[in-house]
Ligand binder design. Structure first.
Ligand code: BG6
Length: 462
């Protein structure tokens, strides 16, 4: 394997999925909390009130990270733990918590990688002015980021701005909004916020780096039909490359704006916005990568029988009028319709790197399953197979010339899945609770924990 000696082997979580303690120590609610309440009622799954209690158990969890050999840990700050209303009064207890967490990581030689917002906008900002739909949110986000840089920037060397902005934009209620039209306007404001925060960070002269956090499923065209080939490229451009282009060049690609106009989703650009978007200069790109997808032209149910497209099973997913998704018969699928495709990861890393020549870190990558403890053990062989396949292909990408400097699989401990609560587990460490019974939240190392420990010890060879 060809990993550099200083490669940051790590792991990842986010605040709303792990911390719990959602009303403790004066924290304010976030949109993620309300969304989880809705999930509890509608889907009968656990909410964020306790999650896996990382808020109280972080010291023990960091001991486990140390035992595993982690060199980095990616987590997010809950904005509403520091500013319960999203702006105005600072909650010192929240600041103390993150100071302690960061200090504890550093004491254990684990580099903190911090996301400023991971799907959890303060709910109060929705009530005050509808969150990122309003331009006021831009300055509140910049103030919050500035505060974090001032408080934690002496010890945090890697910052991520907004987790998966394209996912946030695609699912309006993830950002506390109601419609795609609102979401598109909020997206524009988040682009400005992203650029301003990156410029601010660089102007502050801190000793660290900052970048966006992108979601990138590799998209293969479903057939040789040029229309399918084009569609796969076009969807990649819309969801990921346009976003990086905006940050890199401070301009919206024309096809991106055309797409919004065609869908009647075009947002308002005010005078001076173009200037605000310029000069972000991300230092690296963080990528969340789980799976590859096979995508072809949209076929409605009625005309499907006449469709001369690929003769492979369709997935239960289509984007009406846009795309139809298929299963890839050459890859193995796990229990949640996500496949194990390390080559897809190598493909994505190559594609991103060759376009921007910026260093890359992987901030999410992992295998989800329903799991239970049997005789004190959790046998998660498929997770090991998945991680091993990914790491082999990361090594090949490095040999290809990609500057990949950190790997942070999702997740270190089991966390609340954003869609399935505690049923869908990703962790290297099992957390003993179910959706309905919090039990004692005991941590039990899975087989994959020991496998990853060995992998880190041998710099990629397990
Ligand atoms: C990523 C998110 O998109 O996917 C994580 O950043 C999320 O927050 C992960 O947990 C997996 O999705 P899910 O729905 O299985 O939790």
């Amino acid at each position: 394997m060809s990993f550099p000696n200083e490669f940051l082997w790590g792991s990842s979580i986010s605040a709303f999925q792990a911390e719990g303690a959602r009303l403790e120590d004066s924290r304010g609610l976030s949109v993620a909390d309300l969304r989880s309440d809705e999930g509890r009622i509608r889907l009968d799954i656990a909410d964020t009130s306790i999650a896996v209690d990382f808020y109280h158990k972080y010291k023990d969890d960091i001991k486990l990270m140390k035992e595993c050999g982690l060199k980095s840990f990616r987590f997010s700050i809950s904005w509403s733990r520091i500013f319960p209303q999203g702006n105005g009064r600072v909650n010192q207890k929240g600041v103390d918590y993150y100071n302690d967490l960061i200090d504890e990581l550093i004491l254990n030689d684990i580099a903190p990688i911090v996301t400023l917002m991971h799907f959890d906008l303060p709910q109060s900002l929705i009530e005050q002015y509808q969150g990122f739909l309003s331009r006021k949110c831009i300055s509140d986000f910049v103030d919050y980021a500035k505060f974090c840089f001032e408080q934690f920037g002496d010890r945090v060397r890697y910052w991520l701005t907004i987790n998966e902005q394209d996912v946030l934009t695609g699912i309006p209620f993830f950002n506390g909004l109601d419609s795609k039209k609102e979401s598109a306007q909020a997206d524009h404001h988040m682009n400005i916020a992203n650029a301003l925060v990156m410029k601010l960070y660089h102007d502050m002269g801190l000793n660290g780096k900052i970048g966006p956090c992108l979601s990138y499923p590799t998209r293969y065209p479903a057939s040789l039909d040029p229309a399918d080939q084009f569609l796969a490229m076009h969807l990649d451009d819309l969801s990921i490359f346009s976003r990086v282009d905006i940050l890199m060049y401070g301009e919206y690609p024309k096809y991106f704006l055309n797409d919004l106009k065609n869908k009647d989703l075009m947002f308002t650009i005010e005078e001076g916005d173009e200037e605000l978007l310029k000069g972000a200069n991300p230092d690296f790109l963080a990528v969340n990568w789980y799976t590859s997808e096979v995508v072809g032209q949209y076929v409605d149910e009625e005309s499907f029988g006449n469709y001369k497209g690929p003769d492979i099973p369709r997935k239960n997913r289509s984007e009406k009028g846009v795309a139809q998704y298929y299963k890839n018969p050459f890859t193995k699928y796990g229990s949640y319709e996500w496949n194990i495709d390390g080559i897809g990861l190598r493909y994505a890393l190559r594609k991103i790197y060759s376009r921007y020549h910026l260093p890359l870190m992987i901030t999410e990558n992992g295998y989800s399953a329903k799991e239970e403890v049997k005789d004190g053990h959790v046998h998660d062989d498929e997770r090991i197979e998945y991680l091993s396949n990914m790491i082999t292909n990361m090594s090949l990408a490095i040999e290809d010339g990609v500057e990949l400097f950190s790997y942070n699989p999702w997740s270190f401990i089991d966390i609340l899945s954003s869609s399935q609560g505690m049923d869908k587990r990703y962790g290297l460490v099992f957390v003993d609770r179910t959706n309905h019974d919090c039990k004692d939240l005991q941590r039990i190392k899975k087989e994959s924990f020991y496998w990853y420990q060995k992998c880190i010890q041998n710099n990629g060879n397990a």
